[in-house]
Design a protein around this ligand. Structure first.
Ligand SMILES: [Zn+2]
Ligand SMILES: [Zn+2]
Length: 233
């Protein structure tokens, strides 16, 4: 199955307003992707309308969010059901500092329905660190049945290697996200306890605009999906 498990909607201030539920799902569908995840910064509030559009198209969806830990590390929370993902929202609300968004400076944080009509906006700025450590973020994801994937692990901004210097050996993450398969060799070389087979590797787009959504290049097997998220396909 062709996948892209890191896509921002127009709820993320840094994403374009064109990242509507219908535009994202239709673009993924047209490109021939089989499985996508929408992962807004510190929020699950766009997922319900995205899930309605995806199911209309027969597109498989994981329900995500990109959490930012107190160490400023980005970690993807990926759930097999909307209910699981939404059960994380009260925890996020509790740990999100109350800083008002300034749309003129940071960008809009739009909530849309399944018709792409603006039905609200998030007033608190979403691109900030939660008051929870990386370990606590992973625990909160696991407590609700989700999987934790360390995002863009070799990036210069908000990656585990940039913020902590390395990938902690005892952190119980479920997968590592890289920008290309060549990065896998760099990770395993600098972290001898990580091998090609010791974790699940994801290559996602981290799309903030429509054209950035992945081409059908990266694949995941049904078996791998079942192992991580159960019988969701
Ligand atoms: Zn990120
Ligand atoms: Zn992202």
């Amino acid at each position: 199955m062709f996948y892209d498990l890191h896509i921002h909607s127009c709820l993320s201030p840094c994403a374009e307003d064109e990242m509507t539920p219908n535009n994202i799902c239709n673009m993924a569908f047209i490109k021939g992707l089989d499985l996508i995840a929408v992962t807004d910064h510190n929020s699950t509030r766009q997922l319900r309308s995205v899930s309605r559009v995806a199911s209309e198209l027969g597109l498989h969806l994981l329900y995500g969010a990109e959490l930012e830990s107190s160490e400023e590390v980005h970690v993807l929370a990926l759930f097999g059901s909307l209910e699981q993902a939404e059960s994380l929202q009260p925890w996020i609300d509790e740990h999100l500092p109350v800083i008002p968004n300034r749309p003129d400076f940071f960008g809009n944080q739009l909530l849309m329905n399944e018709e792409d009509e603006v039905v609200g906006k998030e007033d608190r700025l979403l691109i900030v660190s939660l008051s929870a450590s990386l370990e606590e973020c992973v625990q909160a994801i696991h407590d609700r049945g989700g999987r934790a994937v360390l995002a863009h692990v070799l990036d210069r901004a908000n990656s585990v290697t940039q913020q902590l210097g390395f990938i902690p050996m005892d952190l119980p993450y479920d997968g590592l996200e890289i920008k290309s398969l060549e990065q896998m060799a760099r990770v395993t070389k600098t972290h001898p306890w990580i091998t090609a087979d010791s974790t699940v590797w994801f290559v996602d787009s981290d799309a903030h605009r429509l054209t950035e959504i992945s081409e059908p290049e990266q694949t995941i097997t049904h078996e791998a999906v079942r192992k991580l998220w159960g019988d969701i396909l």
